[in-house]
Design a protein around this ligand. Structure first.
Ligand SMILES: *Cc1c(COP(=O)(O)O)cnc(C)c1O
Length: 376
C-alpha cells in the first residue's frame, strides 16, 4: 500500500535527540530551539521567530497579540483547516467567511472589502498548498481599513510571493511542523513576528505570562508574572528532530518539487483532454510542493477514483469540509456573499500521495493508475 503521507525523516534526527539528552536540557528553549528559530529568521528575513508547540498555537498567539475579543469580526476563507478559525473563535471573535478563487483555492482578494464592517479587526489568509494569496491587494485593503493580517502559512514554508517569503508579509505568520507537513517535529510550529513592538508580549505569552526569556538572556535578575500567558514552547526533543530536517532543507524541498513536477507532467494529457484540472501557480509565486492535488469532474467521480486507487494499493484523500457548513461554523460564523466556489470546488479536489520519501517509481505508478481510471 502506498501511504498518503510518511513523516519526513532524513537520518540525523536520532543523533540530535541524543545530543539534547546529553545536554541535559530537554525542556524548551535550548540549543536546538535556538538553532531552528535562527534558521527561520535567517532564511525568511523575519524580525523574530518563536518556535511553538503547533501552528494552531502560533495562530492562537497571533489572535491574542492582535487583541481579538468578543464581538470582533475576522475575515477568512471557509475552505481551510479548523485551526485558522479556532484561533480567534476561542477569544469570542466571529468568523466571516468569504468565497475562494477556483484557480488557487485561496481567499478571493476581490471579495474581501465588501465583507468589511465596523467590527472587522483582522484578515486571516491561508496560502493553500503553499501557493500565495494575492498579498499586495490584501495588504492594501488591510492598510486602508486598519486591519491586522495573519498568514496561516502552515503549508507554506520556503514559499514566496514576488520574492517575499510567505509568513513574513502580514503582521504575523504561522508555520506548522506537524508530521504531515514538509518539515516536521511531530507536533510543532512557529510564529513569525514582523514588527518588533510585539516581540516582548509574544515572549511573555509563550512563557506562561512570565519574562523568563529576558531572564535567560540576563536582561533581568529574576523573572516574574507579567501578563496572561500559556505554555506555547516546544520541548528540545522535538526541536532536535526538526533541526536535522532544516540541515537537509534543500534536499527535502528539491525532492518534493521533483515528484510534484513528475505528477504534473504525467497527468498533463488528462488535463489537455479536459478530464481533470491541474493545480495553478500564478506568476510571482514559488511553491514548495506541499501537496499534489487535482480536480475531478464532480464528487461522484472523485469517490469512484478514490475507490479505484485504493483497490490498486494507493491512498488518495480529500479534505476540508467547508467550515461554514460544519456545526461550529454555523455557531461561530457566517458566510458573506455567495458560496460560488467553496463547496463546489472542495468536492472535486483530490490529493495524491506526497511525501519526502516518495520515489520516482511510485509516482509513475500512481499517475499511471489515474490515467488508467480515465481510460488513457
Ligand atoms: C496543518 C495546518 C494547520 C495546523 O497545524 P498544526 O501544527 O497541526 O497545529 C493549520 N492550518 C493549515 C492550513 C494547515 O494545513
Amino acid at each position: 500500500m502506498i501511504r498518503f503521507n510518511v513523516p519526513p525523516y532524513v537520518g540525523g534526527e536520532i543523533k540530535n535527540v541524543e545530543k539534547a539528552i546529553e545536554n541535559m536540557h530537554i525542556c524548551g528553549d535550548g540549543e536546538f530551539t535556538k538553532k531552528c528559530s535562527e534558521y527561520l529568521e535567517r532564511t525568511t528575513g523575519t524580525t523574530k521567530c518563536l518556535l511553538t508547540t503547533s501552528c494552531t498555537h502560533a495562530l492562537e498567539m497571533a489572535a491574542l497579540l492582535c487583541d481579538l475579543k468578543e464581538g470582533d469580526e475576522v475575515i477568512l476563507p471557509s475552505y481551510t483547516f479548523v485551526s485558522t478559525a479556532d484561533a480567534f473563535v476561542l477569544r469570542g471573535a466571529k468568523a466571516v467567511f468569504v468565497d475562494i478563487r477556483p484557480d488557487t483555492m485561496n481567499l478571493d482578494e476581490n471579495l474581501i472589502e465588501d465583507a468589511v464592517t465596523e467590527k472587522t479587526k483582522a484578515i486571516f489568509v491561508v496560502h493553500y498548498a503553499g501557493v500565495a494569496c494575492e498579498m499586495d491587494k490584501i495588504m492594501e485593503i488591510a492598510d486602508r481599513h486598519h486591519l491586522m493580517v495573519v498568514e496561516d502559512a502552515a503549508q507554506a514554508i520556503m514559499c514566496t510571493y514576488k520574492g517575499r517569503p510567505l509568513g513574513t508579509i502580514g503582521d504575523f505568520g504561522c508555520y506548522s511542523f506537524h508530521e504531515t507537513k514538509n518539515f516536521s517535529m511531530g507536533e510543532g510550529g512557529a510564529l513569525l513576528i514582523r514588527d518588533s513592538k510585539y516581540i516582548e508580549d509574544a515572549e511573555i505569552l509563550r512563557e506562561k505570562g512570565t519574562d523568563r526569556s529576558k531572564y535567560f538572556r540576563g536582561q533581568v535578575d529574576k523573572y516574574r508574572w507579567m501578563n496572561f500567558g500559556s505554555s506555547y514552547l516546544p520541548s528540545e526533543i522535538n526541536a532536535a528532530y526538526l533541526s536535522a530536517q532544516f540541515d537537509a532543507a534543500d534536499e527535502i524541498n528539491h525532492s518534493r518539487l521533483a515528484r510534484w513536477s513528475q505528477y504534473y507532467e504525467l497527468l498533463t494529457p488528462l488535463a489537455k483532454t479536459g478530464k481533470i484540472e491541474l493545480p495553478y501557480v500564478p506568476d510571482g509565486c514559488v511553491h514548495n510542493a506541499h501537496m499534489f492535488y487535482f480536480k475531478t469532474k464532480d464528487l461522484e467521480e472523485r469517490s469512484r477514483l478514490i475507490d479505484f486507487l485504493k483497490k490498486n494499493d494507493i491512498l488518495a484523500v480529500f479534505h476540508y469540509v467547508p467550515l461554514h457548513s460544519a456545526p461550529a461554523g454555523i455557531k461561530f460564523g457566517r458566510f458573506h456573499g455567495e458560496d460560488k466556489y467553496t463547496t463546489k470546488e472542495s468536492e472535486r479536489l483530490l490529493r495524491l500521495p506526497m511525501f519526502y520519501q516518495l520515489t520516482e517509481e511510485q509516482t509513475e505508478y500512481i499517475a499511471g493508475k489515474v490515467k488508467e481510471f480515465y481510460g488513457i
